[in-house]
Design a protein around this ligand. Structure first.
Ligand code: HEC
Ligand code: HEC
Ligand code: HEC
Ligand code: HEC
Ligand code: HEC
Ligand code: HEC
Ligand code: HEC
Ligand code: HEC
Ligand code: HEC
Length: 452
């Protein structure tokens, strides 16, 4: 039942015999106490460290004098951690104050409870935090008992991140585990109140990355937060509550936070935008961009302020995306021109067909079949916009032909409907005329009969 102990270097508290110095030992002791409570007649038959949570507060509170005393302290900084336990995953699982801070949770004497000889670490410094959190979270056999589905690679990943590398050099301005998760009242990422919940992580990273003065020291612009907030992705996340839209850690990683390299940007965007990536990878741009060290999608879409694109982007004129690298007269400009022309043709035809179908509908005709064709044409336009990423006019042209064909069919159906309307109108006129003539004839006949 005793968890395997990670290497001594992992844990800031590992300075002496484990029974007193390993804060985790306190947790394990809690588990043991709880088991004793069970054995002594509590109703729940559970075993292992989980018993602490299954048995619940009696076993735990008996040993957690830290919370009891701190709850009564006046200074907010000392009291707040004890008040946060109600919303704390750790506390709920039997990981109490001593699990992170060390010390003796069974004592009511401050000198004993918070004795460094008993592994008490005091207020943890940022440089101590990752190894402390990792002493449990990197220990697969320990975590397995609580939550087998939670990965145990956070510390290993963190060490590869820009944050972890800078911390290793003694820079305490970077993010450590508690900068993103908090230290007290830690919640699972799926909880909407957690600072790492998808829509909240933006502000969590932004607390540092939105601070341009701090970031200037590292040669980082510091506009990432403001730029990201202009994006379609942020709008989808916050306005449509679309959790599939990317936020900071989807592109950068959570624990291994680094900017994606030149060659991996298309992979990052491409994990969600598969077809655009496929077309880009088939295009001459893939190799050409790599040669000029230009990240794939970013060249035309930016990385943070990703906006909703439009046909008007295509060309080498002012504000058009191809113009930043191509100039009138080169092969790229020529391709842009034919792609733009093909798109314009599609739209023109589609708009005209739509107007005609709508008019027929207003005249009372049933245009279901034409609507299906129009929908087909719209889908075709979307596919043509995807083909733009191949920068191959022939592929856009092939797609355009299908759009024109579908729009053509819709247009034909509208034309037939117009014919039908004309026919009905003529028919109505003729029958009205016949009725009128019959009426006149009838009146004449009646008059003649009256005279007679
Ligand atoms: C009987 C009351 C009492 C008990 C029990 C107690 N504390 Fe404290 N704790 C205090 C007081 C008072 C302070 C502030 C004065 C000081 O730093 O000694 C404090 C300070 C702290 C600090 C901040 C230290 C700093 O350097 O800012 C931490 C962390 C802490 N306690 C954790 C714990 C843990 C963990 C336990 C249980 C193992 C515990 N305390 C048990 C009363 C208590
Ligand atoms: C999951 C690990 C963890 C647990 C559990 C935990 N702490 Fe902390 N505590 C930290 C870390 C990390 C810090 C360092 C400051 C920070 O990063 O917020 C800290 C800081 C503190 C401080 C100093 C706050 C300040 O602003 O100076 C006190 C006091 C404290 N903890 C008390 C407690 C008490 C009391 C409990 C139990 C109710 C507790 N902690 C449980 C990780 C933990
Ligand atoms: C004494 C061991 C221990 C220490 C130290 C510890 N944790 Fe935990 N942590 C756990 C256990 C056990 C769970 C509960 C897993 C569960 O059942 O959800 C947990 C859960 C979590 C969760 C929620 C995971 C989820 O998806 O439910 C987060 C986030 C977390 N810890 C972060 C931290 C951070 C940050 C620190 C350091 C400030 C830390 N932990 C220190 C043992 C520990
Ligand atoms: C830069 C912010 C950041 C830092 C630093 C950070 N985390 Fe996280 N962590 C996140 C985010 C965001 C998530 C949720 C998404 C995910 O699981 O990748 C998360 C998820 C978790 C989870 C839950 C995993 C799951 O699948 O349920 C645990 C446990 C955890 N982190 C522990 C740690 C530990 C331990 C450290 C320090 C070694 C740490 N984190 C450092 C942002 C961070
Ligand atoms: C506590 C402050 C803090 C928080 C919170 C924070 N960071 Fe950082 N981050 C920094 C600092 C400082 C650096 C600069 C480190 C260096 O370059 O040495 C940095 C560097 C980075 C880098 C590398 C940039 C480069 O060009 O090298 C990325 C990427 C990054 N952070 C992403 C994130 C993400 C994503 C989050 C949230 C999930 C986040 N950070 C949360 C402080 C923070
Ligand atoms: C859609 C993906 C995506 C999202 C979302 C995203 N980033 Fe980035 N980020 C990138 C890419 C791509 C780069 C640039 C990589 C390159 O050019 O080498 C980058 C670069 C960075 C850099 C380095 C900038 C520099 O000047 O060196 C930081 C810091 C950063 N992002 C932070 C953030 C933060 C904070 C958020 C959330 C507010 C965020 N990013 C959201 C994709 C994203
Ligand atoms: C985690 C998945 C994910 C990642 C990663 C991602 N996106 Fe998106 N993207 C989305 C979702 C979801 C939407 C839809 C937003 C909406 O509802 O309008 C979207 C929308 C877009 C749009 C607008 C589409 C339109 O029709 O208006 C563009 C352009 C775009 N993303 C480009 C990018 C680029 C460039 C990157 C990389 C820097 C990227 N995306 C990374 C999920 C992702
Ligand atoms: C050479 C410039 C360029 C590059 C590079 C580029 N795009 Fe695009 N992208 C465009 C243009 C132009 C549009 C607008 C199409 C339209 O609306 O007519 C677009 C549209 C989009 C859309 C909106 C849906 C659609 O197809 O209309 C998404 C999503 C998208 N691109 C993702 C990506 C991804 C992911 C990458 C990287 C693999 C990428 N783009 C690379 C120019 C580019
Ligand atoms: C970031 C710079 C950049 C942007 C933006 C860009 N291109 Fe390119 N493109 C290149 C480079 C570099 C090459 C390879 C060298 C060359 O042939 O000019 C290339 C090659 C091409 C080729 C192949 C030319 C040949 O000789 O076979 C076509 C076609 C093309 N681009 C079309 C476009 C279109 C259309 C757009 C806008 C939607 C665009 N490009 C945007 C940099 C760019």
């Amino acid at each position: 039942m005793t968890p395997r102990r990670p290497g001594p270097a992992c844990h800031p508290g590992n300075r002496g015999p484990r029974s007193t110095n390993d804060p985790r030992a306190a947790v394990v002791r809690l588990g043991t106490l709880a088991i004793v409570a069970v054995a002594l007649g509590a109703a729940v038959a559970a075993a292992g460290p989980l018993a602490a949570s299954v048995v619940g507060p009696p076993g735990k509170s008996a040993a957690d004098r830290c919370t009891a005393c701190h709850r009564e302290l006046d200074e907010a900084r000392l009291q707040a951690p004890a008040l946060a336990v109600g919303n704390d995953t750790h506390h709920a699982q039997g990981v109490t104050c001593a699990g992170c801070h060390g010390g003796d949770p069974t004592s009511d004497e401050p000198e004993v409870a918070m004795d460094p000889k008993k592994g008490f670490l005091g207020k943890l410094e940022p440089t101590q935090v990752p190894a402390m959190c990792g002493s449990c979270h990197s220990d697969a056999s320990f975590m397995l008992r609580y939550a087998p589905n939670i990965p145990t690679d956070q510390l290993a990943q963190y060490r590869t991140s820009k944050h972890g590398q800078a911390l290793a050099k003694g820079d305490v301005k970077v993010a450590v585990c508690s900068s993103c998760h908090g230290a007290h009242g830690v919640l699972p990422p799926s909880d909407a109140r957690s600072p790492v919940y998808p829509s909240r992580i933006v502000e969590t990273c932004g607390a540092c990355h939105g601070d341009a003065t701090l970031m200037a020291r590292y040669g980082i612009k510091g506009d990432e937060l403001a730029e990201y907030k202009k994006s379609v992705h942020y709008a989808a996340l916050t306005q449509k509550n679309d959790l599939s839209a990317p936020t900071c850690n989807d592109c950068h990683g959570s624990h291994g936070a680094t900017p994606p390299g030149i060659s991996s940007v298309s992979n990052v965007c491409g994990t969600c935008h598969l077809t655009q990536r496929e077309r880009f990878d088939e295009s001459p741009h893939k190799e050409a961009f790599a040669a000029i060290e230009q990240p794939a999608c970013e060249a035309c879409h930016s990385n943070h302020a990703v906006l909703s694109p439009s046909d008007a982007w295509i060309g080498v004129g002012q504000g058009q995306v191809c113009g930043s690298c191509h100039a009138a007269g080169d092969a790229g400009a020529a391709a842009a021109e034919s792609v733009a022309a093909a798109l314009a043709r599609m739209h023109e035809r589609l708009v005209a067909a739509e107007a005609r179908v709508k008019k027929a509908e207003r005249a009372g005709m049933l245009m279901e079949e034409a609507q299906v064709k129009l929908e087909e044409a719209h889908q075709g336009v979307v596919l043509a916009q995807v083909e733009i990423h191949s920068v191959d006019p022939a592929r856009v042209e092939t797609q355009a032909k299908e759009v024109l064909a579908a729009a053509g069919v819709a247009d034909g159906l509208a034309a037939a409907a117009e014919g039908e309307i004309r026919f009905r109108r003529t028919g109505l006129f003729v029958s009205l005329a016949v009725i009128a003539l019959a009426m006149v004839a009838l009146i004449l006949k009646i008059r003649r009969m009256e005279r007679a």
